[in-house]
Design a protein around this ligand. Structure first.
Ligand SMILES: [Zn+2]
Ligand SMILES: [Zn+2]
Length: 235
């Protein structure tokens, strides 16, 4: 009851409105959501040649521990950028729902969806505990939970932990990104990795260095596949 009164007061004082068109009711209205363009095609994360599932092409395959990275939409889209930014830096947790739907719809548009079975588990890219305390939530975990719910998969948030409080990859010159993230992750629960197919979920990836480092932390524990799934590829 108290919670309902509190919500009523908050809604009256600060009505929920779409961050794009200001229509009341949702932080991202259905109309604006429809306007976000999703990727129908995937490509090799390294040379960007088109590939069926976002997998690495034959030539680039041996350069990575990842099988591939599925990118749901384009970072060129201003509204997508704004939505991600509002979730992460204005702490509007509710935006994880429409953003989660972008990951789900993005997956459904590609052939990857036909591959998904119960051997897949979702591992969100973890935040360092200091950053988690500041933000109060891990956006990758909220996104991962939405995807997991839809495809009826497990989403485990404590299998990989971030032991280094790194600078944001986006803020760095590409040549420093690999060094910045090196050794940032360890696997806390290797028993969950063996024979599983892993989907690492993050909001945005830049050079894939973060996904690569996470893959490195789990690779030796015997997963069958490791994929990245992100909303967009940032610059
Ligand atoms: Zn709108
Ligand atoms: Zn390639």
């Amino acid at each position: 009851m108290l919670k309902q009164i509190q919500n009523f007061c908050l809604d009256t004082l600060f009505p929920i409105e779409c961050i794009s068109c200001s229509e009341e009711g949702k932080f991202l209205c259905d109309h604006c959501f429809e306007d976000l363009e999703l990727n129908r095609k995937q490509d090799c994360p390294k040379c960007h040649k088109e590939t069926k599932l976002g997998n690495f092409c034959k030539e680039c395959k041996n350069t990575s521990r990842l099988n591939g990275v599925i990118v749901s939409a384009s970072y060129e889209n201003d509204l997508l950028q704004k939505t991600i930014h509002t979730l992460k830096y204005k702490y509007i947790e509710e935006l994880a729902k429409p953003l989660g739907n972008i990951l789900i719809s993005g997956l459904r548009m590609t052939l990857f969806k036909d591959k998904i079975d119960n051997d897949y588990i979702i591992l969100p890219i973890p935040l360092h505990k200091k950053k988690f305390r500041e933000r109060g939530f891990n956006q990758a975990e909220l996104l991962g939970l939405e995807v997991a719910k839809y495809f009826k998969l497990a989403c485990l948030n404590n299998v990989i932990i971030r032991i280094k409080n790194t600078k944001s990859q986006m803020s760095l010159n590409p040549i420093y990104r690999r060094k910045n993230i090196k050794g940032a992750f360890v696997c806390n629960k290797p028993e969950f990795i063996k024979d599983k197919k892993i989907i690492l979920v993050d909001d945005v990836c830049t050079t894939s260095s973060t996904l690569e480092e996470c893959a490195k932390a789990i690779y030796d524990y015997g997963p069958r596949e490791i994929w990245g799934l992100v909303l967009a590829r940032g610059k």
